[in-house]
Design a protein. Structure first.
Ligand SMILES: *Cc1c(COP(=O)(O)O)cnc(C)c1O
Length: 391
C-alpha cells in the first residue's frame, strides 16, 4: 500500500535548508535584514509598493482590520466558505461579523448576493466598513465587481489571499489593484511556506506604517514619528497598543528561498489539475473550474460529489483514509461553528455554502505529488464511489 498521501504538504529543497541554516548562524535570528528583503520580494511579486511580514496570516488579518479602523461599532463581512481566521480577525477588533453566501461555480463570495445584501444593508443603515473576500482554493474572486461596489457603498476591502499567492486576476497578480490590503499565508499546507508566517501587501503607505507599528508592540524607533524630541539613541516610543506579531529571520529566509520556487510550484499544481480533469472525467462529481478572468494558484482541488452521494461523503472520506489517502473538507461553514452560533448564526442562513459543504472533499494536490500517487488516489476514489453506490 502507498505511503500516506496528505491533501497538501510543503516541498523543501536543499537550497531552502541552506537558506535557513545561513540565517540561523547569522547575527540576527529576528529583526534582521532578511524580513525586509522578503517583504520587498513579496510586494514586488504582487505588484504592490509595500509588504509587512507577520508571524501568521491570522496576525496580518488582525492588524489589517485595525489599520482600517475596525472597532466595536463596525460591521465586517466575509464568506462562510473559509478558514475561521477570515472572520475571527474582525471579532478580535470587537466588530460584528456577517457573511455573504457563495457562488455555486467558484465557491467564492457571490458578488450578486453581495450587491443585494449591500442594497438592503444601506436601507437599514447597517453597511459594512470592511468586506473580506477570500480567493478560495487559489481561484481569484471577481475583484473588479467587488471594487466597484466598495466605491459605491464606501467600504474598504481586505483580500484574504491565503490560498492565492501567485494567482492572477485578469492577468495581474492578486492584491495590487482592487483592494486596500491583501494578505498571504505561508503555513506549510499553503502554496509556499515560511513554516508559520503571513504577509500584508498594500499600495497605501499610511496603512503599511500602521500595520508595521501594530506588529511590533506599537513601538517606533523612527525620529520623524516621535511625539517628543529624542533625548538619545536609546529612545523609542510606544504610540499605540500593539502586539508581538513579528516574523523571524529563519522564517523569512525560508520564505525568500521558497519564493524562487513559486512559479515551478504553481506550474506543477496546474499540471496535476489538468491530469485530474482527464483522470476523473465521467465520475459522478463536479470538478472545480477556472473562470475566464482567473489564473488559479490551485492551493486546493475541491470536488463536489453528486447529490445522490451526499449521505456517503463520510464513508468515502473514511475509505480513502483507510487506504492511506488524506482528503479534507474545505470548509465547514464558519457561521455553523459553535462560537458563531453563540452570536446568533444558525444552519440554513447561507444555503449555497452549506450545500457545497455537505458534498465536498479536497483531493491531494501539492507539487511533490507524483503521477503514480495521483493515479492511485483516482483509482481509490473510483473504488470508494462504486462501494458507496452499493451501500
Ligand atoms: C490558512 C488560512 C488563514 C490563516 O493563515 P495562518 O498563516 O495559518 O494564520 C487565513 N485565511 C485563510 C483563507 C486560510 O486558508
Amino acid at each position: 500500500m502507498a505511503n500516506f498521501i496528505p491533501y497538501g504538504r510543503q516541498s523543501i529543497s536543499v537550497a531552502d535548508v541552506e537558506a535557513v541554516c545561513e540565517a540561523l548562524t547569522s547575527d540576527f535570528l529576528t529583526q534582521g535584514p532578511i524580513v525586509g528583503q522578503f517583504e520587498q520580494a513579496v510586494a514586488q511579486l504582487s505588484g504592490c509598493q509595500f509588504g509587512v511580514a507577520a508571524n501568521s496570516a491570522t496576525s496580518a488579518l488582525h492588524v489589517a482590520c485595525l489599520a482600517l479602523g475596525i472597532g466595536s461599532e463596525d460591521i465586517v463581512w466575509t464568506t462562510p466558505n473559509t478558514f475561521i481566521a477570515s472572520a475571527n480577525c474582525a471579532v478580535y477588533c470587537g466588530a460584528k461579523v456577517d457573511f455573504v453566501d457563495i457562488d455555486p461555480q467558484t465557491y467564492n463570495l457571490c458578488t450578486v448576493q453581495l450587491a443585494e445584501k449591500l442594497m438592503r444593508a444601506k436601507t437599514e443603515n447597517r453597511l459594512p466598513k470592511v468586506v473580506i473576500p477570500v480567493h478560495f482554493a487559489g481561484h481569484p474572486c471577481d475583484m473588479r465587481a467587488i471594487y466597484e461596489l466598495s466605491k459605491h457603498y464606501g467600504f474598504s476591502v481586505i483580500e484574504d489571499a491565503s490560498h492565492a499567492i501567485g494567482a492572477k486576476y485578469k492577468g495581474t497578480p492578486v492584491g495590487n489593484r482592487y483592494s486596500d490590503i491583501c494578505i498571504f499565508s505561508f503555513h506549510p499546507v499553503k502554496v509556499m511556506t515560511s513554516a508559520e508566517g503571513g504577509m500584508a501587501v498594500t499600495n497605501n503607505e499610511a496603512l503599511a506604517d500602521h500595520m508595521r507599528l501594530l506588529i511590533n508592540q506599537g513601538i517606533t524607533k523612527s525620529k520623524r514619528d516621535f511625539d517628543t524630541r529624542s533625548p538619545g539613541d536609546w529612545y523609542y516610543e510606544q504610540q499605540t497598543l500593539g502586539f508581538n506579531y513579528r516574523m523571524t529571520e529563519l522564517q523569512a529566509a525560508l520564505g525568500l528561498s521558497q519564493l524562487n520556487r513559486l512559479d515551478s510550484f504553481i506550474k506543477r499544481r496546474r499540471e496535476l489539475v489538468q491530469r485530474y480533469y482527464q483522470l476523473l472525467s465521467g465520475l459522478p462529481i463536479q470538478l472545480p473550474g477556472e473562470a475566464d478572468y482567473a489564473y488559479s494558484s490551485w492551493h486546493l482541488f475541491p470536488i463536489v460529489l453528486n447529490e445522490a452521494l451526499t449521505e456517503q461523503r463520510a464513508a468515502i472520506y473514511q475509505y480513502l483514509r483507510e487506504h492511506n489517502i488524506g482528503t479534507q473538507v474545505h470548509y465547514i461553514p464558519v457561521h455553523t461553528q459553535p462560537f458563531y452560533k453563540q452570536m446568533g448564526f444558525s444552519w440554513g442562513q447561507f444555503p449555497v455554502a452549506e450545500e457545497y459543504y455537505a458534498r465536498t472533499l479536497s483531493l491531494p494536490l501539492f507539487p511533490e505529488l507524483s503521477d503514480t500517487d495521483q493515479e492511485y488516489v483516482v483509482q481509490t476514489l473510483k473504488d470508494a464511489i462504486d462501494k458507496a453506490f452499493i451501500l
